[in-house]
Design a protein around this ligand. Structure first.
Ligand code: 4NP
Length: 154
């Protein structure tokens, strides 16, 4: 298989999808898997901005620096630039389906479909809560990242 390239997509690209990208990069490196990774938002609210300070702090507690990540908006071109696109929740999945070009080659799924028993579920948006919500996000995205790396390494 050609080198996999994975895009994680939430709403703002400052909370959930940067953490998913960081978790996947970390797990891929640990496993010696060559893969490209990026994240994006379906909304354009935070283009060019760093991740939310709570996401940056949460990643830092895992020894990962995401302060250099910058927000961008997902686009139709992403369906040709990435082999795998993961939506963090259902509304983002619907919005991605809406912009997907006909006949695109990318595989589009919900992120938690990767975790046995969590299929069809959303990674809850931690934006409105406190730091504890970001720990829940981290636990979910890192479990999904481990499952994805195992799948891609096969
Ligand atoms: P994210 O969280 O989609 O996980 O990045 C959000 C970030 C920003 C907003 C909503 C959710 N917002 O409304 O600006």
């Amino acid at each position: 298989m050609a080198e996999p390239s994975v895009l994680f997509v939430c709403l703002g690209n400052i909370c959930r999808s940067p953490l998913a990208e960081a978790a996947f990069r970390t797990e891929a490196e640990r496993a010696g898997l060559n893969a490209r990774a990026d994240s994006a938002g379906t909304a354009g609210y935070h283009i060019g901005e760093p991740p939310d300070p709570r996401a940056i702090r949460t990643a830092r507690t895992k020894g990962i620096d995401i302060s250099g990540y910058r927000g961008r908006q997902a686009s139709a071109a992403d369906f040709h630039a990435f082999t795998h696109i993961f939506a963090l929740d259902h509304s983002n999945l619907r919005n991605l389906e809406r912009i997907a070009p006909a006949g695109h080659p990318a595989q589009l799924r919900l992120l938690l479909d990767l975790i046995p028993g969590r299929e069809g579920q959303a990674v809850a948006d931690p934006w409105y809560g406190g730091e504890a919500g970001f720990e829940v996000t981290w636990a979910e995205v890192s479990a999904a990242a481990r499952a994805l790396v195992a799948e891609l390494a096969k």
